[in-house]
Design a binder for this molecule. Structure first.
Ligand code: HEC
Length: 112
């Protein structure tokens, strides 16, 4: 996805992003539909932020890459993490996710 920085920001909370862009495939309560469950017992729950960032921005298998701003990606991961792992919100590292996203965009910059 080239030029992710030019995508207009359309959502102001992670919940909005999830409902508009993820819930149709992953279920309203993260229980899974076309896509796998993302709830507390799921495989992805224990995956690192880098895996989430990668999956959302690049797509995976039959999941299409989601056109979202860096901020929206960060917000939606934070939202899901806070819902499924409310016992340990520290598992989500904002700075790290932002760093990954900016590194990814600079790599795309080189490729394109
Ligand atoms: C068009 C349907 C669709 C949409 C929209 C979608 N996904 Fe997915 N997602 C999938 C499918 C299908 C897979 C399984 C891909 C595979 O492993 O082949 C998947 C996989 C994933 C995984 C990895 C799951 C695992 O068990 O490893 C994560 C995390 C994920 N999606 C998060 C999201 C988030 C967050 C959004 C919204 C920003 C989103 N997805 C939007 C269909 C979708």
């Amino acid at each position: 996805m080239a030029c992710s920085s030019s995508v207009a920001e359309s959502y102001s909370t992670g919940e909005e992003v999830y409902e508009a862009r993820c819930s149709a495939c992953h279920g309203k309560d993260f229980e899974g539909r076309v896509g796998p469950a993302l709830d507390a017992g799921s495989q992805s729950a224990s995956m690192p932020d880098s895996y989430w960032v990668q999956t959302i921005t690049k797509g995976k298998g039959s999941m299409p890459a989601q056109r979202l701003t860096d901020n929206e990606v960060t917000m939606v991961i934070e939202y899901i993490r806070s819902k499924i792992q409310s016992s340990d919100p520290s598992l989500f590292n904002h700075d790290f996710a932002h760093e990954l996203l900016s590194r990814q965009s600079s790599l795309e910059f080189l490729v394109n």
